[in-house]
Design a protein around this ligand. Structure first.
Ligand code: ATP
Ligand code: MG
Length: 245
């Protein structure tokens, strides 16, 4: 995936959300995208999914301009997990299988295990048949997030897009899910937007955005050696973990 963005301004906005930005994401890699709030991380995903079209934005997928695909074709290649989990008043199994209604129970369980939510589900009296929403049980924020992660894993997309989708999980659970994804042999490209840098040391590539531009990029060690925003925030967050035990 090659992004070549001259600039991008939201319709009606007076300031560009993204400035000049060129970025290549390699197939099968785990890419971390971070940077302070408002730096343009989610905007990058919105442009990738063509929620906005703009002549100054060119994105190529395996050498093909992404405008060439129909929206359905394009979006079927990506599985997006948004920051706000979206669940229906339906059973847990139906919620996981939302994008693939004909999925078997075995497939549903497999992705629930990968997303570290299977053990939670079987604790409920009705297990996978538990109703959610007004007429059913309420889940914790972390359980909701893990269900929407499982849902994304069930799709036949080759790229997983996580937009701050681990923010309600503790670091260990986040790490376990990421390890599951990396070792599950699905060979999917993982794009992880996160405020928490502690699990990015496993990323093949990390990109830091600042005011709509790339301010740093490279592997974890390179960014630490670079002593910029990434190194500073990483050290601060590592200290917070140590002091909070
Ligand atoms: P966060 O970490 O808080 O999610 P972000 O890095 O994802 O931030 P974006 O949502 O990409 O940031 O926003 C980038 C810039 O574009 C911000 O200045 C934001 O105010 C602006 N912006 C985002 N969405 C819109 C919109 N729909 N219309 C106008 N401006 C927008
Ligand atoms: Mg965002």
């Amino acid at each position: 995936m090659d992004f070549d963005i001259k600039s991008f301004t939201y319709p009606g906005a007076d300031k560009a959300a993204l400035g000049q930005l060129a970025l290549t994401l390699t197939k099968g890699q785990f890419v971390g995208i971070c940077g302070r709030t408002g730096s343009g991380k989610s905007t990058l995903l919105r442009l990738l999914l063509r929620q906005y079209d703009d002549a100054a934005v060119s994105i190529q997928l395996n050498g093909v301009d992404h405008q060439q695909f129909s929206l359905d074709q394009l979006r079927s290649r990506f599985a997006l997990v948004a920051q706000e989990p979206f669940l229906f008043s339906a059973t847990i199994a139906q919620n996981i299988a939302f994008g693939k209604p004909l999925a078997s129970r075995a497939e549903i369980e497999q992705v629930a295990r990968l997303a570290c939510v299977h053990d939670d589900i079987v604790q409920f009296q009705d297990g996978y048949e538990t109703m959610l929403g007004e007429k059913g049980v309420n889940l914790s924020g972390g359980q909701k997030q893990r269900l929407t992660i499982a849902r994304a894993l069930l799709l036949d997309a080759d790229v997983l897009l996580f937009d701050d989708a681990f923010c309600s999980l503790d670091m260990q659970t986040e790490a376990r899910i990421l390890d599951n994804l990396i070792t599950s042999g699905q060979q999917k490209t993982i794009v992880l937007i996160t405020q928490r840098l502690t699990n990015l040391n496993k990323a093949d590539q990390i990109v830091v955005l600042d005011q709509g531009r790339i301010s740093e990029s490279g592997a974890h060690r390179e960014l630490i050696a670079g002593n910029g925003w990434y190194a500073r925030i990483f050290k601060r967050q590592s200290l917070e973990i140590k002091t909070s035990g």
